[in-house]
Design a protein around this ligand. Structure first.
Ligand code: NAD
Ligand code: IPM
Ligand code: MN
Length: 353
């Protein structure tokens, strides 16, 4: 049997609730000849408040030994003064993405039949945002002068390297080639001229190697218009770390809710474990109440299965999710009830899986 060493980071707020359901589905779908060996890491705001640790070197070294990671969500109530010094998001989540070289943040959007999307009309919506994951304004390349004075100056400089842009752009072209052959670069080249020029020239150059992929470009503000008015036009969107963050919450909202939006932080080279997590956060407003939709985390398990080369199991998870979504009649269900329904709707594994 093949053993997959899986690190679980349930995290804070609704994280543990949704990860429990995702693990339930993973166990139900696991092919007979694959053993998922799971180790749980208690990390996040709760761990920090209890011990003062955000992510120790020992934690990081241990996590690196795994084949893949499932993360729920980390972070406390925005603005909680006790967490100010910790910066869990940067010290834990971004630290993992950077240290594990998750340069592709893959965030698919599908509007499933039967989902009450807030969009009045839309065609068949099925696109994926390839969000750069290790650079851009997220690198912490900033500082402040005269802090706390009326003359405070703050900088937050976006870092874009030819190497970093090219590798994610190539991934996006490969993805487009396997899908419907359309790639949209989203940036703000009219204002962010230096980074914009690097992104645009990289896309132009790589495009010449993919004559079967149609390329277009949208400024990020216009992209938000078309995500609402004509989301069916998109196939693969490639964009920087911050634009990708914002566009994928919007994508979640148009496709029936942030509770459905899945993501994978991928290290395509396989040097480090990839990490699968919902797009949403720890939702302190509904934590501990069994109100969270675990579907986003369950669909992130499907991305994990794809990544592990277990595509048939991934398809079974997606089919079970679609069946569950189609059966929704608007009456409220608990997190556990949704997880149970999806796990029990899984079609039996075939011998070949
Ligand atoms: P959030 O995504 O946690 O919540 C935004 C809104 O969406 C809330 O009303 C919440 O109840 C709702 N929501 C989120 N997930 C849901 C689900 N599965 N089912 C139903 N409703 C859901 O965003 P926020 O409020 O900006 O952030 C809360 C905390 O989470 C912050 O500390 C933030 O930094 C952190 N965060 C962490 C991650 C992560 O770990 N990957 C991602 C985003 C935010
Ligand atoms: C996400 C989150 C993170 C991000 C935060 C919590 C650092 O919003 O995964 O989308 O901005 O990437
Ligand atoms: Mn986000």
């Amino acid at each position: 049997a093949r053993t997959v060493r899986l690190a679980l980071i349930p995290g804070d707020g609704i994280g543990p609730e949704v990860v429990a359901e995702a693990v339930k589905v993973l166990d139900a779908v696991a092919p007979d000849d694959v053993v998922f060996e799971k180790t749980t890491y208690e990390l996040g705001a709760a761990r920090y408040l209890a011990t003062g640790d955000v992510l120790t070197e020992a934690d990081l070294a241990a996590i690196k030994e795994h084949d893949a990671i499932i993360l729920g969500a980390v972070g406390g109530v925005p603005g909680d003064p006790r967490l100010k010094d910790a910066n869990i998001e940067r010290g834990l989540l971004l630290k993992l993405r950077f240290e594990l070289d998750h340069y592709v943040n893959l965030r698919p959007t599908v509007i499933y039949d039967g989902v009450p999307s807030p969009l009045a009309e839309h065609g068949p919506v099925d696109f994926v945002v390839v969000r750069e994951g290790t650079e851009g304004p997220y690198v912490g390349n900033g500082g402040s002068l005269r802090k706390g004075t009326p003359h405070e100056v703050a900088t937050e400089v976006s870092l874009n390297t030819a190497f970093g842009v090219e590798r994610v752009v190539r991934y996006a072209f490969d993805a487009a080639q396997k899908r419907r052959g359309k790639l949209t670069l989203v940036h703000k080249t009219n204002v962010l001229v230096f980074a914009g020029s690097l992104w645009q020239s990289t896309v132009n150059r790589v495009a010449s190697e993919y004559p079967d992929v149609a390329v277009d470009y949208l400024h990020v503000d216009a992209a938000t218009i078309f995500l609402v008015t004509d989301p069916a036009r998109f196939d693969v969107i490639v964009t920087d770390n911050l634009f990708g963050d914002i566009l994928t919450d919007l994508a979640g909202a148009i496709s029936g809710g942030i509770g459905l939006a899945a993501s994978g932080n991928i290290n395509p080279d396989g040097t480090f474990p990839s990490m699968f997590e919902p797009v949403h956060g720890s939702a302190p407003d509904i934590a501990g109440q069994q109100k969270a939709d675990p579907t986003a985390t369950i669909l992130s398990v499907a991305l994990l299965l794809d990544h592990l080369g277990l595509g048939e199991a991934a398809t079974r998870v997606r089919d079970a999710v679609v069946a569950d979504i189609e059966s929704r009649d608007g009456s409220p269900r608990t997190t556990t009830e949704i997880g149970d329904a999806i796990a029990s709707a899984l079609t039996p594994a075939t011998a070949l899986d």
